[in-house]
Design a protein around this ligand. Structure first.
Ligand code: 5AD
Ligand code: SF4
Length: 472
């Protein structure tokens, strides 16, 4: 079967990327006013929201978690699957109602959705009460747009790739763990994926800028950082300098932050050097998210993933062998066009071979403008739902088995905050990214402690703080 033309990347150009300082506009025009922000989607969006919060706080706004109290509402949106859209449009209905009660309310929509042409025009025609529409490439303009707000709808979404900005005034959600962008965009063009369109071509940050940010976070007392990119192992390929992800990771490790993580990796660019660097540095956590997407080489080819089922399994085994105790999670899509029962069975076979620690699983969602959306999709929704259900059961059974292996062991846990599981409990993560609910450790938030694991479920562990009794 022929795939549609891959060159139809309507939002991409050959524009040279410029490295600029962020425009951190400061004003007290909105002193004592409140902002409400809602973030949809991936970690990249969560971190973009930290940038947006910085912009808002520089203008005088302070955060509120009450919608009714807000003077400005910002929705930072996701476009990866159709249901992400539906949630945003549902929420906009509530905003319209609030605007009737408070005509001065400023409503802003940013992130990936406005980068889609059809969404930008829909907002213009059907949602005139939205004041400001901005995209992923011009978050930096939001401050200016808010200051110029005059009740007319302002839509400013760049259809070309943005620049790389440095020295943003982030308002970070945590004082313990921090996100660090190492690159923006993606050049992989998996045929189902809208990210290369909404976030544009790959733009890596310069190594020295990343290292400066990590050093600064270390000085501020952060105990964990996560290096962020759509495809972190392609880091540096777009830069003139001879940088690669293994070198970056090693230099970051040497700064000495206690815990370093990174997301997301693509099996295609995962080099032996990277595996060695992870294995050799104790502060690079033994946890890798390695999206499989499908266990059928036929479907992988249609997805444009550039590896076969066998190549994935070989890489998986290599990582497991070289990094003892590593936990590996994955992403899997079911119901991609032309996926037969046999193809799906191959996905289950790979899951049975790899026995992942966990997985995010999705039903394929056609995205306008992507090559896969042009392939005729004949699989009934009921079949897709059944496949998802069967896959989830299998994945959860392995998650539980892995978690049960922790019972009776002592694990180092970074404690992040109060747990939803009970009054006296806090939660944190093991090195391998297992969520642990811990009894009686309220004073340990923001600390690395040893936890004795008492019980295991599919998605979490229970434990209690290990107290060392000194025998003289
Ligand atoms: N439909 C379903 N899942 C998708 N993903 C990306 N695009 C789509 C789509 N069109 C999934 C992939 C990716 C994760 C972030 O989202 O599994 O790894
Ligand atoms: Fe999308 Fe593929 Fe890029 Fe991941 S690697 S963001 S799935 S195009």
């Amino acid at each position: 079967m022929n795939l549609p033309n891959m060159k139809q990347a309507r939002l991409r150009t050959d524009k040279k990327v410029e490295f600029l300082d962020a425009n951190n506009i400061k004003s007290d025009k909105f002193k004592n006013k409140k902002y409400f922000i809602r973030t949809y989607g991936c970690q990249m969006n969560v971190h973009d929201s930290e940038e947006i919060k910085g912009i808002l706080e520089n203008l005088g706004f302070r955060e509120t978690t009450s919608l009714e109290e807000a003077d400005i509402i910002v929705l930072n949106t996701c476009a990866i699957r159709e249901n992400a859209h539906d949630k945003v449009f549902g929420f906009l209905g509530r905003c319209k109602h609030l605007k009737k009660e408070n005509p001065n309310l400023i409503i802003c929509i940013g992130g990936c959705m406005p980068q889609e042409e059809s969404v930008a025009s829909l907002l213009k025609e059907k949602y005139p009460f939205v004041n400001i529409v901005f995209g992923t490439h011009n978050i930096n303009d939001l401050g200016k747009m808010i200051l110029e707000e005059n009740k007319k709808q302002q839509i400013e979404v760049y259809s070309i790739e943005g620049n790389v900005y440095e020295h943003m005034d982030y308002v970070r959600d945590s004082k313990i763990t921090a996100w660090v962008n190492i690159m923006y965009g993606c050049d992989k063009f998996c045929t189902y994926c809208i990210v290369p369109f909404t976030r544009g071509k790959q733009r890596s940050r310069k190594m020295e800028d990343i290292l400066r940010e990590v050093k600064d976070l270390k000085e501020k007392g952060y105990l964990e950082i996560t290096l962020l990119g759509q495809n972190v192992n392609a880091y540096g390929k777009d830069l003139e300098e001879e940088y690669d992800f293994a070198t970056l990771l090693e230099n970051v490790a040497k700064i000495g932050i206690p815990r370093i993580r990174f997301v997301t990796s693509h099996p295609w660019d995962f080099t032996d050097e990277m595996i060695n660097v992870i294995a050799e540095h104790k502060n690079i956590m033994p946890y890798i998210h390695l999206p499989l997407q499908s266990g059928s080489s036929k479907i992988l080819k249609l997805m444009g993933r550039r590896y076969t089922k066998e190549e994935y399994i070989t890489l998986y085994n290599k990582i497991k062998k070289r990094i003892p105790g590593v936990s590996i999670t994955t992403d899997i899509i079911v119901g991609f066009p032309n996926e037969t029962d046999e193809d799906f069975k191959e996905t289950l076979d790979v899951v049975n071979t790899c026995k992942f620690d966990g997985a995010f699983t999705f039903i394929y969602s056609p995205r306008e403008g992507t090559p896969a959306s042009k392939i005729k999709d004949t699989i009934p929704m009921e079949v897709k739902e059944n496949r998802l259900h069967e896959l989830n059961e299998l994945i959860n059974s392995y998650s539980l088995k892995h978690n049960q292996e922790y019972i009776g062991k002592t694990e180092e846990v970074l404690v992040l905050g109060p747990s939803e599981k009970g009054e006296n409990k806090v939660y944190g993560y093991t090195k391998t990214m297992k969520l642990v609910n811990i009894d009686d450790a309220k004073d340990d938030i923001g600390k690395l402690i040893n936890v004795y694991i008492t019980d295991a479920k599919s998605f979490s562990l229970d434990g209690k703080k290990e107290v060392f009794i000194k025998n003289n």
